[in-house]
Ligand binder design. Structure first.
Ligand code: HEM
Length: 512
């Protein structure tokens, strides 16, 4: 008989050897393809610093990006998944725009049968995504978004009323992310779900609680998210969930009640749920591709629910990062304030759509905020049709993961000299497209992505953020609080850019 200790050592060695073999089984992939690659470490591939929560995904990819300054693309491994990291702007445009037909999907795993709310544009793939995107694109047109201005202004007024009352009670120091998150929750409540809610007054509201449950996951849900990203087959096999079951019931319930109420009482409101209902009720007699997918209540619910996943933290953190930069750079804040004042004098209050559109410097500040702190630090694509990379012998196989390191590109001094400096004038000569101006090549300004899968909520987000900043900075002056540091560090565990420890600012009421 072997002593127990020998058996334990033998078992441990077998497990370690198995893990080593399993985790390194793909590590010859890029060598076989003759692609320059970052040397992986067993188990982690090239994302050890991210997986061990030393840095965000974007910061981790920035290190790889900086290590290969001469390459247009580099092979790397996310754990054991071979991934092509794109470096050069022309190649990025090629993958995202010109050869989009080969990279139509993101490769995010989801189970639409068990969790119908996950059947939204961010996750959907292939023809289903294409048809649905075509179907709902009109709801995001400038005209439709303009019609929501009144709802947005209402949320801004609630924010100002809350601030005025709180400042009057003697409070001067605020955790700004908390404020912008509550503001954005109200925007989603009213513009997407058609609900009148005031999260600033009623922080215990069910809507806010459920919104928090979507975003602030428990340890088990966080683990499920990791499994979903890196082991999608296991995620489905284990029937794991993306968010708690009560969240699913709550949001499906709200959407159903709202649809029933509006249909029964012939009520109309300028919000997204209304626009989607109108598409649902349009005449579907014509047989064409766009009618091959019916916009069911379930699909409508998923498309409004996506506001939480794609439109909540992105907009609220951008607002807080921007206010932080205003506090650090008082000269820039004064320039923004002057522009808001001049616009208010020229167009009157409340600010109209035209007035908001005319505020170019404010827009530059927002662009520079998203350049320095891109909410989505990397874009994901997966090869859906075999692709020969032009000018090379590289054939990409179907299923190959592709990453575009947005954070690294936004901090590359060849496109943005002194990248850590907040300088809105980098965007002074830009056209509406963002990239390609001020001497920069196209494809180096990617806060909203690019190509047919570019953020569908981009125009809405810009209007929401410009209006919120204009209303806020017209009324208040912000300065750094003792609790905050001029240089922001990111929370490494967060999928989106998120400031570690929050953003603390002093808010002072301006004289009327
Ligand atoms: C500052 C605010 C926002 C930022 C920075 C942002 C950024 C992004 C990025 C980077 C993508 C991926 C694009 C790509 O892969 O090329 C995306 C996709 C998406 N975003 Fe946004 N977003 C914002 C606000 C919103 C809002 C308010 C909505 C409202 C619904 C929204 C809805 C979506 C959807 C549905 C997609 C998937 C589009 C598709 O695949 O067809 N986003 N967003």
């Amino acid at each position: 008989m072997f002593p127990a200790v020998v058996i334990i050592v033998a078992c441990c060695t077998t497990v370690v050897l198995f893990l080593y073999k399993y985790s390194t089984s793909t590590y010859k992939y890029w060598k076989t393809k003759s692609v320059t690659f970052a040397v992986p470490v067993p188990l982690f591939g090239n994302i050890k610093d991210h997986v061990t929560l030393k840095m965000t995904q974007g910061e981790c990819l920035k290190n790889i990006y900086n290590d290969f300054p001469r390459e247009k693309f580099v092979g790397m491994y996310q754990l054991q998944t071979p991934t092509l990291l794109l470096r050069d702007p022309e190649t990025i445009r090629l993958f995202l725009v010109k050869s989009f037909a080969h990279f139509t999907d993101r490769g995010f795993s989801y189970d639409g049968h068990r969790e119908p709310l996950t059947k939204h544009l961010v996750n959907l793939e292939g023809d289903t995504w294409k048809i649905l995107r075509q179907k709902i694109t009109p709801t995001y047109s400038s005209g439709k978004i303009k019609s929501m201005l009144g709802l947005l202004q209402g949320c801004g007024v609630q924010l100002i009323e809350y601030m005025d009352a709180t400042i009057e009670s003697g409070k001067t120091e605020f955790e700004i992310r908390d404020l912008t998150a509550k503001f954005t929750t109200d925007v989603i409540g009213t513009c997407a779900f058609g609900l009148e809610c005031n999260s600033l007054k009623d922080s215990q509201s069910e809507f806010r609680r459920m919104g928090c449950a979507v975003l602030n996951s428990s340890a088990s849900l966080a683990l499920a998210k990791i499994v979903r990203v890196f082991f999608p087959k296991l995620f489905k096999a284990l029937k794991l969930r993306t968010f708690p079951a009560e969240v699913q019931q709550f949001f499906m319930g709200i959407v159903k009640q709202t649809i029933d109420f509006r249909n029964t009482n012939q009520v109309r409101r300028n919000d997204f749920i209304q626009l989607l209902l109108e598409i649902k009720n349009q005449n579907h007699n014509q047989e064409n591709a766009i009618n091959s997918i019916e916009l069911t209540e379930e699909l409508i619910a998923a498309q409004v629910f996506v506001f939480f996943l794609a439109g909540f933290e992105t907009s609220s953190t951008t607002l807080s990062f921007c206010l932080h930069e205003m506090a650090v750079n008082q000269d820039i804040q004064s320039r923004v304030y002057d522009e808001i004042n001049e616009t208010a004098n020229a167009y009157g209050l409340p600010l109209s759509y035209e007035a908001i559109s005319s505020m170019k410097y404010l827009e530059q500040c927002l662009k520079e905020t998203m350049r320095k702190y891109p909410p989505v630090q990397a874009l994901a694509r997966v090869c859906t049709k075999q692709f020969r990379v032009p000018g090379t012998d590289l054939d990409l196989d179907v299923g190959t993961a592709v990453l575009i390191p947005v954070y690294a590109i936004h901090h590359d001094p060849q496109y943005y000299p002194e990248p850590d400096t907040f300088d809105p004038d980098r965007f002074a000569k830009d056209g509406d497209g963002g990239g390609g101006d001020n001497g920069r090549p196209a494809g180096v300004f990617l806060p909203f992505g690019d190509g047919p899968r570019i953020c569908i909520g981009m125009r809405f987000a810009m209007l929401e953020m410009k209006l919120a900043l204009a209303q806020f900075l017209h009324s208040y002056l912000v300065t750094l609080s003792e609790k905050s540091c001029a240089r922001i560090e990111f929370e490494p565990a967060s999928f989106l850019s998120c400031p570690k420890g929050g953003i603390w600012l002093n808010v002072i009421k301006r004289k009327a």
